[in-house]
Design a protein around this ligand. Structure first.
Ligand SMILES: [Zn+2]
Length: 308
């Protein structure tokens, strides 16, 4: 059996709330239940959206809840050299290309066929070159699958069960079951480095999960939609794909997902036990009445029985 490495990767755009604690607790329990390691990575690669001091507040909130990382915390903003290296490799192998399109250009190119209220799908305009225009962003080709870097035997052993067939990525989520997405049709060639010079979330996550040896990604269901793009990118870079488990979302009184954007209340640091019990209930674990450490231990055993 391979050694489990899990991680919690918050964006420092606001404090931890009831929804993000569910993902933090689940990833911690999963690593503990498998006798593995749990890491914290601060996803501050989208620097303009980050709020100063939030990283420290989140670390404090986790610590009050008894969730301590097993290795030093890493910050994505300090790792851009690694992301550039990965992008350069993709450019060298013609899997990434420069794109000169603005959002308006992309909208205009698909004004006819796009149903209302759907995501913009990049039509591949710049695949064949920039035709004298200035490159703004870098995109990954999704029209044909190329891998120049076959997986090493060690990586195959710990890779998730997935395949790329019929132009779609197929994988099995540990909670959601069999999933599939046609990346070319449903997303299009996606951005790796943005026009404002910041690296895209997808590239940073894939590079970091591989660099940190993450075997199991446990995160909120709102992020499940990124999985196919990340598997595609991992394959292009010859990196292993971790297994995934997407946790249930916590809904607010209005029936919408709790999020920093819709003003979810920060976790009450005075009552971490209450917050942990709420998060555990969302995960289908039994309420605990003793102390935080004893509760965490009881839930680890329950998780092992439920999710092994
Ligand atoms: Zn373009």
């Amino acid at each position: 059996m391979t050694h489990t490495i899990g991680r919690f990767a918050p964006s420092p755009t606001g404090p931890l709330h009831a929804g993000s604690l569910v993902a933090a607790l689940a990833s911690w329990l999963d690593a503990r239940a498998h006798g593995g390691q749990w890491l914290i990575r601060i996803e501050d690669v989208d620097t303009p959206r980050c709020v100063a001091g939030m990283d420290q507040l989140i670390l404090q909130q986790l610590s009050v809840c008894g969730l301590q990382p097993d290795a030093p915390v890493v910050w994505q903003s300090q790792r851009t050299a690694l992301y550039q290296e990965a992008l350069d490799a993709l450019i060298d192998s013609s899997q990434a290309y420069a794109c000169a399109c603005s959002r308006k250009d992309i909208e205009a190119a698909q004004a006819q066929e796009r149903p209302r209220h759907t995501e913009l799908i990049y039509p591949g305009t710049c695949r064949a070159g920039l035709h004298g225009k200035a490159g703004r962003a870098w995109r990954l080709r999704t029209d044909k699958f190329i891998t120049n870097s076959p997986l090493r035997p060690n990586d195959i052993a710990r890779a998730a069960s997935f395949s790329i067939a019929d132009d779609s990525v197929h994988w099995v989520d540990r909670r959601l079951g069999p999933q599939q997405q046609n990346v070319a049709q449903e997303v299009g060639d996606f951005v790796l480095k943005r026009a404002d010079g910041f690296f895209a979330y997808q590239l940073a996550v894939v590079v970091d999960d591989a660099a940190q040896g993450v075997t199991d990604v446990v995160r909120g269901e709102d992020l499940a939609d990124n999985t196919a793009r990340q598997i595609w990118l991992q394959q292009c870079l010859g990196l292993p794909s971790p297994r995934t488990l997407h946790t249930p979302l916590v809904l607010g009184a209005n029936g919408e997902k709790l999020s920093k954007q819709n003003g979810a209340a920060p976790l009450d640091s005075q009552n971490p036990f209450g917050a942990l019990n709420q998060a555990a209930a969302v995960l289908g674990l039994l309420p605990q009445t003793a102390s935080v450490p004893e509760a965490l231990q009881a839930w680890t055993l329950q998780w092992r029985a439920l999710m092994s």
